[in-house]
Design a protein around this ligand. Sequence first.
Ligand SMILES: Nc1ncnc2c1ncn2[C@@H]1O[C@H](COP(=O)(O)OP(=O)(O)OP(=O)(O)O)[C@@H](O)[C@H]1O
Ligand SMILES: [Mg+2]
Length: 315
Amino acid sequence: MRDLVSVNNITKNYGDFCAVDSLSFSVGEGEIFGFLGPNGAGKSTTLSIITTLIDFDKGKVAIDGFDINKDRLEAKKLMGMVPQEIALYKHLTALDNVKFFASLYGLKGDKLDKAAKEALEFVGLSDRMKMKPKKMSGGMQRRLNIACGIAHNPKLIVMDEPTVGVDAQSREHILNSIRILRDRGATVIYTSHYMQEVEEICDRIAIIDRGKLVAIGTKDELVSNVTDIHSFIITTKFPVEFDKKEFEKKIAYLPGVKNIYLDEWVIKVDIQVGHNSVNKILEVVIEGNLPIYNVVSEVPNLETTFLTLTGHELR
Ligand SMILES: Nc1ncnc2c1ncn2[C@@H]1O[C@H](COP(=O)(O)OP(=O)(O)OP(=O)(O)O)[C@@H](O)[C@H]1O
Ligand SMILES: [Mg+2]
C-alpha cells in the first residue's frame, strides 16, 4: 500500500507545554486510520497540523508527496476536514453552507451546486437543503458539518470526533458513510472517544497519549502485542468438603493454563491464546460434580489494551 500521509517527527509547543511530541506515523492510501487517545492527548492538534490549520515547531508532513509547508496549496486541495467543533454559518441554509466550504476549493457554478447537493444527499440531509443550522438538531448539524468537509471530493478526509452528541441512528449513518467514502477510494483519518467505533471501522489504529505515539497497528496487532492471555470464568459453588487443591492441580496441568484463581463461587483460569483448553476445563468441572451457573470468556480487546498501554480509561 502506498502512503498518502506521512508524518515525520512533528512537535508542537504551546509556550512551555508540549502538545505534540516528536510524533511520526503514516497512513496508507485507502485506509480508515483511527486516532485514539484520552482527552488532551493531542489528537485535534495533530489533525489541525496535518490539515494546515495550525503551524508546528518541528518535523515534516507530506500529503501524497506534497510537503504541507513547501507545497501548501497542492496539499490543501487534497484534504477535507470535519472539525471537532461544529463550524457552520448559522444564517446560511444547509445548501449554502456546503457550497461555501466547497467553493473554497475552487468549485464553481453547476459543478459546485451538484457537488453540494450530492454531499447533502450522502449525509441524508437532501430534504433539509433550505433549512438553517440553527433549526437543526445536534445530529443533523453534525451531518451537515460532514457534508461541508467532503463535498469537494477530497482524497484525504480528516474527521475529528464526527459522532459526538448524535443518536444511535445518526451514528450508524455516519459510520456507514465513512465506509462508503473509503470504498470509493478516499483515505480517512478518524478520531473518536468511542472505542467501539474505532474498533469497528478502522483498518489501523494509532494510540497517542500526552502528545506521544504509544502504539500503532491493526486492532489484532495492538491487542496481541500487549497480551496473549484470555480469561475463562465459571460461576459455581464449591461444597465445603471439596478438594480444591486436587482440582486446581488437574487444571494447572492443562496446556496453556497460566494462572488459576478459585474462591467459593468462582473459577477463573487465564489461558494463553492459541491453546483451546476450555473444553478440558469444563470436563474437569463436570467430573468434580460442580454446578455451572455461568460461563464467561474474557478475550482481550482494544479497551483493555488501551488501559494497559496508557494506564487510564479513554474517557
Ligand atoms: N491553543 C492552545 N493553547 C494552549 N494549549 C492548547 C491549545 N490547544 C490545545 N492545547 C492543549 O494541548 C493539549 C492537546 O489538545 P488537543 O485538543 O489536541 O487534545 P485532544 O486529544 O484532541 O483532546 P480531546 O479528546 O479532548 O478532543 C491539551 O492539553 C490542550 O489543553
Ligand atoms: Mg480533540
